[in-house]
Design a protein around this ligand. Structure first.
Ligand code: SAM
Length: 276
């Protein structure tokens, strides 16, 4: 996220009514050489020209209009305003992430969690990432933490980038990727650490995470939580389901990742689980 460049204002001041110049986006997201621009409705008639100027001044090859992220495989519905190629390599924290920004989610707000996961992972550990995406969390764990990682991703399109990213980061010897639904993953009682980097319905996957985890393990449990239920949730639900399946759970740490929607927060809880 940045602040508007005087040059953008200067160029567009000559082309747009003054009241619309004031509405030009002051912030945007840059992923590799693709820009995601939040654009007000009033600017729609000028959207292609605006995108062209932002691309020129910011040195981007494509500009997308910010939209929403939908469905089970978390796909964005961003409109392409400028350029043709939305596939790029984003470098963050020494990790290379290749992705199609128009079709795959990459949240700048999750950067702290990607960095943190690179620090908590340890050499020799086996991590199972149940919602791997393009390797958002798996890659820093393998690159910086030197952990062994099993990365599971259901979407075939996202999986293609996951496989490429494993090679780009040269961690083929540590990361194994599976293009399956994590509910069909056959491994049981194997993981020292399980990543549940998902939102909205993550609780439905707790029994599967417990079966993948070793008798004693750490689970990084993400979910979206209405503010009025915090701080009891999301751990209370995790503990209830864990007990129903013969496990005890201890909350080690809890972090708010970002505001997800009005009154709803994306939270991660680090939980130690033990089989009773
Ligand atoms: N974990 C990363 C993070 O926290 O930044 C990536 C999150 S991304 C929103 C979640 C990914 O999980 C998507 O790529 C989606 O396709 C995948 N996914 C959703 N349901 C799944 C399932 N049942 N099995 C495997 N992957 C799944």
């Amino acid at each position: 996220t940045q602040t508007i460049k005087p040059r953008i204002r200067e160029i567009l001041s000559g082309e747009l009514p003054p009241e619309l110049v004031e509405l030009l986006p002051k912030h945007w997201v840059r992923i590799g050489d693709v820009i995601i621009l939040p654009l007000r409705r009033e600017l729609e008639p000028y959207r292609e020209r605006i995108a062209e100027v932002y691309a020129e001044v910011l040195g981007a090859k494509a500009v997308l209009r910010k939209g929403h992220i939908h469905g089970e495989t978390r796909n964005p519905d961003y409109e392409l305003l400028y350029g043709t190629d939305t596939i790029t390599v984003h470098v963050e924290n020494g990790v290379k992430y290749k992705l199609d920004v128009a079709k795959i989610m990459f949240s700048p707000a999750n950067v702290k969690e990607r960095v943190r996961m690179g620090k908590v992972a340890k050499p020799g550990e086996l991590v199972v990432d149940m919602f791997a995406g393009i390797g958002h969390l798996s890659l820093p764990m393998a690159v910086h933490g030197k952990a062994r990682v099993i990365a599971i991703e259901k979407s075939p399109y996202t999986f293609r980038f996951l496989v490429e990213n494993i090679e780009l980061n040269n961690v083929q010897d540590r990361v194994t990727a599976y293009n399956i639904d994590n509910r069909d993953f056959p491994g049981e009682n194997i993981a020292d650490r399980v990543l549940m980097g998902y939102v909205s319905t993550t609780h439905e996957f707790i029994p599967k995470a417990l079966s993948i985890a070793r008798d004693e393990a750490i689970i990084h449990y993400h979910n979206t939580v209405p503010e009025r239920l915090m701080p009891k949730e999301p751990f209370a639900t995790f503990l209830r389901i864990a007990r129903e399946h013969g496990y005890e759970a201890e909350k080690l740490n809890e972090l708010v990742i970002k505001r997800y929607a009005p009154g709803v927060w994306h939270v991660v809880v680090d939980v130690r689980v033990y089989r009773r």
